[in-house]
Design a protein. Structure first.
Length: 189
């Protein structure tokens, strides 16, 4: 099974990915984590990523797709057993690129889990995390920018995947356990 976990910043993608990995044994690719690892190691891509992330902007599609392709190649064996994509795709061109990258590997996306959370709760969660996350993008000004970018560039993917017949919207507020149960029900229904 190959899944995309989709939602606004702070919708709980990372949190619920952990539950799905534990249940289905999927390989986790979080593009946010991949980029933060590049930044921590001081790679060329990390230096570029840092300039976008700290402003709450998305990396250019071409660069991001190249980084994702490297990640798929570096973990080919695990990837073949099933993947959860967390934070990718974030634009329509990235969705097309993902389709091509997977087709070349004899794979496809089976479901897109969309975590639906009201904006005031997103802001509250990220401001709370920012108190001790040390992340350059968890401050009120950048959080607002990230949510604006989500509405402009990422939210249109919801209709794209509804059109593909793979979108499963899940109410993303309440306890982490309750949301995990809703996701499993949506996937297994
Ligand atoms: P990400 O790391 O993906 O950042 P994010 O969208 O904010 O998601 P994150 O994983 O942090 O939060 P989550 O929803 O899990 O990306 C960071 C940056 O990298 C982007 O802004 C962009 O610049 C760049 N980037 C990444 N991918 C890219 C791409 N494809 N193209 C271009 N650029 C890209 O929320 C977690 C928070 O909510 C936690 O604090 C958690 O404790 C809390 N939470 C979760 N569930 C909860 C619940 N039920 N109740 C209360 N709190 C809850």
């Amino acid at each position: 099974m190959n899944l995309i976990i989709f939602g606004a910043p702070g919708s709980g993608k990372g949190t619920q990915s952990e539950r799905l990995i534990a249940r289905y044994g999927l390989h986790h690719i979080s593009t946010g984590d991949v980029l933060r690892s590049h930044i921590a190691r001081g790679t060329e891509n990390g230096k570029i990523a840092d300039t976008y992330i700290s402003k709450g902007q998305l990396l250019p599609d071409e660069l991001m797709v190249g980084i994702l392709a490297d990640e798929l190649d570096a973990n080919a064996e695990k990837v073949a057993k099933g993947v959860i994509f967390d934070g990718f795709p974030r634009t329509i061109p990235q969705a097309h690129a993902l389709k091509d990258l997977l087709e070349k590997r004899g794979m496809k996306i089976d479901a897109v889990v969309g975590l639906e959370v009201p904006e005031d709760e997103l802001i509250e969660r990220l401001v709370k995390r920012g108190i001790d996350s040390g992340r350059s993008d968890d401050n009120p000004e950048t959080i607002k920018k990230r949510i604006d970018v989500y509405h402009e560039q990422t939210h249109p993917l919801r209709d794209f995947y509804v059109g593909e017949g793979s979108y499963k919207g899940v109410h993303g507020t309440g306890s982490i356990d309750d949301i995990a149960d809703r996701i499993v029900k949506a996937l297994e229904s």
